[in-house]
Design a protein around this ligand. Structure first.
Ligand code: NAI
Length: 778
């Protein structure tokens, strides 16, 4: 081709990044890898191939991890943790800093290896993934440094099992490994079967950083290896991947006491208002959905465009799509790389081909043979169509139109997921009105796919729970010191006389929607004093009662929008009304438990004051992210919280759960202590006289096991807390897998509610952090 020809066609010439260094690294290992355990390589066995999806050629053979391999890795990690967990924060900080430096030093090798193994364009791995990985280790070096002074009393959880997907192999490693190591934990990591190579390279390099043997172990393999790691003797499981597998992990770990964070799938809305800068919104879409072949969990894959500009926007978009260059991912001029594996390509193809609705537009850009899929836009779908609801995880954008902001919010929230959202409008007033209304963990205003180590990332609903990044993310790798052992034992509560009669007593009422209600089944239970005197009757709630209570709680959603100041007034008022009746409550507690109740009533009043105080003080923050703009971490209410209250101190326990939840704007369904429920039923009148809006607090007495099951399995309950018996904790975690709701349980461990019944842990459990990114300026 002559220069003249080039001027004629104006084609881009190929500009491939060299792969020699990466190939040499593979060759130095004979293109065969064992696991990285206890600071060294194990012998490869039962190997399988990992391929370059762009060419179909094999890059290396890696080992299918067995249960025994996982056990060996966990053993090494356990040994290492004893020492690493006691290493001063400064020492850990130095090693994390060294890891960051080494990632930068070897950045080219990491980027090329990532692109070879995953198929993503080199521009993405080089300019986005690897710099974010380095940033993650720098940031967490800082957290390790500051932890000792800033988080006294917190200790590492222990050995963490991390299971990650193939779309951001090295970045997901960093998101798990950096906070785990910073906090003093050790890690066994299972990379995705399609993309294990950068994790292996990272493990090898970690030795150079001075990371002690066994602190980081990498076991390769498929889902079976992942399942073995989840089942192994680890203290925490951190998972990123599909909702389906996340749900299985939730079930598998239920009742085990293992801490769990899940970052799952998404079908994130990308909302374009008619006053948006359309060209910027289109460039955003190129980044969000095509740059990574749509293989981004939080990709704005559900386009919602305001009707007036829809046609123009779609036209512009198609033109832009036609100009996208698809091909060799190592080529620096390529926009769209290869799909990770033929299996994924087949899934995308089947989903698109199976669709009969709307209009499908495929970009008029040449598509090479092999594992490539053309950028595709499907317009005119209905809200319920499969492609609008399910993840495609390919370079396929689906689109719908809307008329009003209200409709945009309704469509945006019409999904079982809640990972991220983008809102495009030049009207900041509108953007900031919409952002809190969208059910998602992250909202980008006039931007998309911004990530940073300082800003929390994670979802709500079936996108999982937990946040990665920032102090919040670090907390998921810590626990209060001393929680391995039972907390200070509480003076044994004498069992009530066993003469429990199930009967029908007209005075037995539940509290639903601000009204006393007869239990649906009509049954009640007699409650006797410790000395054998009949004290009264409580209703035995059933599934229907729980459903009614949840409905009432949902109807009280206005509470979440009330100001913290207003919520505080109501909680102070509850305290005042409880104080006015202290003697009566104290006597009731003494009758039920045989212990003096005065101190418990006083502590309950004090606790109400604590959360009235917190109602307008559990502030969000503006994160220091490296953009021109702000990333706001807003504490939002979780929604509807179901709580099973403890027996230890029946009134104080209930108040300790109710108060933080309602202070933060949630509505609650409380199931009082099964053994000592009368303190709760006496509370009905106190609530009635304290201006608590109907439905904010609902109380259903009855059997914990049955009610816990209904609450945890209810699709409209957002979180369940259990401070009941150990088996109830397991039950709650298992049932919660249905909609992947958040849980907070005690595994039957009794608590001294006076000393350990309040604090930020309660406020964190009562809130969901939403990160709202607002870049500004030109
Ligand atoms: P996947 O869920 O099939 O696999 C993820 C990882 O889990 C892999 O390492 C796999 O080997 C392992 N695994 C599979 N079955 C397992 C089991 N029973 N027990 C334990 N581990 C098991 O997901 P895939 O296909 O690798 O990744 C794509 C999915 O991940 C998408 O649905 C995407 O939305 C989601 N994802 C979510 C992200 C987030 O941050 N929320 C980030 C990246 C991906």
């Amino acid at each position: 081709m002559t220069i003249r020809d080039i001027f004629q066609t104006m084609d881009y010439g190929p500009a491939p990044e060299g792969s020699a260094e990466a190939m040499d690294w593979l060759k130095a290992h004979d293109n065969r890898f064992g696991h990285w355990i206890d600071g060294g390589w194990t012998k490869p066995h039962q190997t399988f191939a990992t391929k370059n999806p762009a060419t179909g050629t094999e890059l290396a053979q890696v080992t299918q991890g067995t249960e025994a391999d996982v056990a060996a890795a966990v053993k090494a990690a356990t040994r290492a943790q004893a020492k690493w967990g006691r290493t001063p924060g400064h020492e850990r900080a130095r090693i994390l800093y060294a890891l960051a430096r080494l990632v930068q030093k070897h950045s080219r090798l990491f980027a090329v290896l990532e692109t070879l193994d995953n198929g993503k364009p080199i521009r993405e791995s080089r300019d986005i993934d690897v710099p974010l990985v380095a940033r993650h280790f720098y940031y967490h070096a800082g957290l390790a440094q500051l932890m000792d002074s800033e988080l006294p009393g917190m200790v590492p959880v222990g050995v963490c099992g991390a299971v990650i997907p193939w779309n951001f192999p090295l970045l997901m490693l960093a998101w798990k490994v950096a906070p785990a190591l910073a906090a003093g934990n050790t890690v066994v990591l299972k990379p995705a079967e399609y993309t294990p190579l950068t994790a292996l390279l990272f493990a090898e390099i970690s030795r150079e950083a001075g990371l002690p043997k066994g602190a980081l172990n990498v076991v390769t393999g498929d889902g079976a290896t992942g399942a073995a790691l989840v089942a192994a003797d680890v203290a925490k499981v951190a998972f990123t991947g599909s909702t389906e597998v996340g749900r299985r992990i939730r079930e598998a770990t239920a009742g085990s006491g293992k801490a769990l964070t899940l970052e799952l799938g998404g079908k994130s809305p990308y909302i374009v208002f008619d006053d948006a800068d359309l060209d910027s919104a289109i460039e955003g879409l190129v980044d969000a959905i095509w740059f990574n072949q749509g293989q981004v969990c939080c990709a704005g894959s559900r386009l919602l465009v305001q009707e007036g500009v829809a046609e123009r926007f779609h036209q512009k978009l198609k033109r832009r799509m036609d100009g996208l260059r698809i091909g060799d991912p190592l080529d620096k001029c390529i926009d769209v790389g290869a799909v990770v594996d033929p299996v994924q390509l087949a899934t995308i193809t089947a989903m698109v081909d199976g669709n009969t609705e709307g209009e499908t537009y495929r970009a008029a850009t040449p598509v090479p043979a092999g594992c490539f899929y053309p950028p595709t836009l499907i317009t005119g779908l209905s809200a319920s169509s499969r492609l609008m609801q399910e993840e495609i995880f390919g370079p396929v954008l689906v689109s719908m139109t809307f008329r009003t902001p209200e409709e945009a919010v309704a469509l945006a929230n019409n999904t079982r997921y809640g990972l991220a959202a983008s809102v495009w409008t030049e009207n900041l007033n509108l953007a900031l009105d919409i952002a809190p209304k969208i059910k998602a963990g992250v909202v980008w205003v006039n931007a998309t796919n911004l990530f940073d180590a300082a800003a929390g990332f994670g979802g709500v609903r079936e996108s999982g729970f937990g946040r990665e990044g920032g102090w919040e993310g670090l907390m998921a790798y810590l626990k209060p010191a001393g929680t391995a052992k039972p907390l200070k034992p509480v003076a044994a509560v004498p069992a009530p006389n066993e003469a429990v009669v199930e009967g029908i007593d007209r005075t037995a009422k539940l509290y639903i929607g601000g009204k006393q209600a007869r239990p649906d089944g009509g049954y009640s239970k007699a409650i006797w004093s410790a000395r054998g005197k009949l004290l009264g009757h409580v209703g035995i709630g059933n599934r229907k009662d729980i459903r009614n209570a949840v409905e009432a709680a949902h109807a009280a959603k206005g509470w979440g929008k009330a100001t913290g100041h207003n919520r505080a007034q109501v909680i102070y008022y509850i305290a005042e009304n409880l104080a006015a009746r202290s003697a009566e409550f104290a006597a009731r507690l003494r009758d039920m438990t045989g212990r003096s109740g005065e101190a418990e009533v006083a502590a309950s009043i004090q606790r109400l004051f604590t959360y009235a105080a917190w109602a307008d003080k559990f502030d969000g923050v503006a994160k220091s992210v490296p953009i021109r703009g702000v990333a706001l971490a807003m504490n939002e209410p979780v929604g509807v919280i179901g709580a099973l209250c403890p027996d230890e101190t029946p009134l104080l326990g209930l108040v300790s759960l109710m108060a933080p939840a309602i202070a933060m704007g949630n509505a609650v369904v409380l199931v009082p202590s099964e053994a000592f429920p009368l303190a709760a039923t006496d509370l009905y009148q106190v609530l009635d006289t304290s201006d608590v809006p109907g439905g904010v607090v609902n109380i259903v007495t009855g059997g914990h096991a049955e009610l816990a099951k209904t609450l945890a399995g209810h699709m409209d309950v957002d979180a369940v807390w259990s401070f009941s018996a150990a088996d109830v904790s397991g039950l709650v975690e298992k049932e919660a897998a249905s909609n992947l709701k958040r849980t907070w349980v005690n595994y039957g461990r009794a608590r001294d509610w006076t000393a350990e019944g309040e604090g930020r842990a309660f406020l964190r459990a009562a809130t969901e952090v939403k990160t709202i990114w607002v870049p500004y300026g030109e």
